[in-house]
Design a protein around this ligand. Sequence first.
Ligand SMILES: [Zn+2]
Length: 357
Amino acid sequence: MSELLEGLLPWHVSSINELLAVYHAGALHPAIMICGQNHSGKRRFTSELASSLLCQAAVSDKPIDSAEHAQGDDIIAKRYCGKCQSCLLVQAQTHPDHYELTIPDGKKSIPIDSVREIQAKLQQTAQMQGSKVCCIWPADGLNDNSSNALLKLLEEPPSDTYFILMANSARQLLPTISSRCLKINLSMPTNEELRDWLASAYAGGQVDEAIRLSRGFPEKAAEVLGQNTEGASLETMVEAILSGSQSVSALTASLESVNFELFLDALVYRIHDSAINEGLSAGGVLDAPLLQEGLAQGSPVCPSQSEPLLGTPLRHALAMQSLVMRTRTSLLSNPNKKLFIESFVLNFRQISHESTG
Ligand SMILES: [Zn+2]
């Protein structure tokens, strides 16, 4: 699809270059914690950092700046070459010194056995004679036992090994772990940076709508924009379901053609905005988990000029929001998309009717 869906976010270039300058000076801390909200680019940052640490080519000790990054086509050549054996193995996801510690399917946390298994491998010499990199995602998926096992590793890190932990917030981790990490807080873009980045890939796309619907979360905005560029406007559909202006079957058909999860997110934000505009916030009672996650920390880009939902009292806003959140949760386990969407549209319409009728 689009180039926006991968690669380092341009406003993180200076942070990673600073880290790599320290690395090339031989002084990089062995444990780095990348902190940032969901959809803020943690995976991209980590992947770029891991590739750079593993690259075997002599990489420039003069990191490029953001301006060059925005213009150059061959920019990655300066952080990692993309051509050496290490880079090729990273691209193929088969690099023998690149480890991922994550929650296995069917489990709720990272088990201690996974940490021990990786520990044994990390004690050995790097197979490619370079650095070893262990990415831990999500770091708050470590349980007490695996945290303690990791702690021992961080206290006496194996040679040439770098741990990269990804977390929404350092506060979610054992203080003994987070205190042993160099913390990098990923910045959110300014409105202008976000707009430039989105416009760079989708000339003529509905950039402002994407920013509005995603509340300024860059990766979500890119998804919304990609979706809208393919023909359907999520905002139009959000307005359609709120106004009840389309038949259930017509709306269901439109919704079948879009990323339904993105639509639900856009809808829940819209309901939230309208309720706030109407003075219905009622001591944070509208804060659904999804909203808390992003909104509580205050997104720097937070346009909310939408019209209020006329005559919608708090309990209806809550009922609508709760229906959307429940629907979002059960989305993955529902095989019949059409029936699922149709039933959502019907339920939503019923609540809207109660509120206006
Ligand atoms: Zn390379």
